[in-house]
Design a protein around this ligand. Structure first.
Ligand code: CP
Ligand code: NVA
Length: 331
């Protein structure tokens, strides 16, 4: 397997064998890190990290992983750089290609990261767009594999806003790797019909399945993993909270759903999560709408079934695998 020079823009561009290879590499790099074994496979290289939206996990993962691989990293945001205001993506791509060995981009439309990759002559990695969040799915799958020892045949249920980056990417990932994917939401929050059709076709090759369901109890029966994400994503206007709470309130993850699932079912979330009133937005929205949580109750979030922090740590190991595989000579 050789992924050197490849972009990492969305999972649809990768075969199940390539995804498997990235997960195996991430597991190996995690093991090396835990055992203090050096793995500076990209010594002397540098990466540019463009963040047009905020981040804790993804930014820290890229920075720590770059450091562990022996690389320098430069963080760029729209406030402190020329990107978007005075310089196009195409020009930025060509400027950064002359100074860096790889470029990460987090921002709005998938077309922007695609454009960056078109004009850059170094690998470009998608750190989240409105449509896809592929590095998150690698972390999620490494976590599921660590927990259950396998991916194939896992009953994976995604609750909530399934038409955005997380719902789309998890559906693609499950289709590729042979999991049974269920999106549970009101119909208007189902993923795009064309993407659903494409994933059904992929799943028919991998032994996985794709199901769309509006009933939370029916969806979660027999679930091994119940996953959710925020109801209002970065870049969406604050005005949509009311309609999201009305539409998605019945799709919150609570103990009743966890009890309805298979024995040993785990709870996962890409984070950040609104599980209590401990954040500025959580408090403001909670008070406005009379709720002490949004997409997941605090008891589920804090329960032993919740593996969200293991999942968050795995962001770093999997992002490191993506950078090492696309930049280094690993053989
Ligand atoms: N899950 C995730 O992408 O987290 P950040 O927004 O903190 O990077
Ligand atoms: N759907 C969320 C994911 C955050 C990791 C967002 O785009 O804000």
């Amino acid at each position: 397997m050789n992924l050197k020079g490849r972009d990492f823009l969305k999972l649809l561009d990768f075969t199940p064998e390539e995804i498997q290879y990235l997960l195996d590499l991430a597991a190996d790099l995690k093991d090396k890190k835990k055992n203090h074994i050096a793995h500076d496979y990209c010594k002397g290289m540098n990466v540019a990290l463009i963040f047009e939206k905020t981040s804790t996990r993804t930014r820290c993962s890229f920075e720590v992983a770059a450091h562990d691989l022996g690389m320098g990293s430069t963080y760029l945001n729209p406030k402190d750089s020329q990107i978007g205001k005075k310089e196009t993506i195409a020009d930025t791509a060509r400027v950064l290609s002359g100074m860096f060995e790889g470029i990460e981009y987090r921002g709005y439309g998938q077309d922007i990261v695609d454009e960056l990759a078109k004009y850059a002559d170094v690998p470009v990695w998608n750190g989240l767009t409105n449509e896809f969040h592929p590095t998150q799915i690698l972390a999620d799958f490494l976590t599921i594999r660590e927990h259950f020892g396998k991916l194939k045949g896992i009953n994976f249920v995604y609750m909530g806003d399934a038409r955005y980056n997380m719902g789309n990417s998890l559906m693609v990932g499950c289709a590729k790797m042979g999991l049974n994917f269920t999106a549970c939401a009101p119909e208007e929050y189902f993923p795009d019909a064309a993407l659903v059709a494409e994933c059904k076709e992929i799943a028919s090759q991998s032994g996985g399945s794709i199901r769309l369901c509006t009933d939370p109890m029916e969806a979660t029966k027999g679930a091994d993993v119940i996953y959710t994400d925020v109801w209002v994503s970065m870049g969406e206007p604050v005005e949509v909270w009311q309609e999201r709470i009305d539409a998605l309130g019945p799709y919150e993850v609570n103990q009743k759903l966890m009890d309805n699932a298979a024995d040993g079912c785990v709870f996962m979330h890409c984070l950040p999560a609104y599980h209590d009133l401990g954040t500025e937005v959580g408090k403001e929205m909670g008070e406005r709408f009379g709720r002490d949580h949004m997409e997941v109750t605090n008891d589920v979030f804090e329960s032993p079934a919740s593996i969200v922090f293991q999942e968050a740590e795995n962001r770093m190991h999997t992002i490191k695998a993506v950078m090492a595989a696309t930049l280094a000579d690993l053989d």
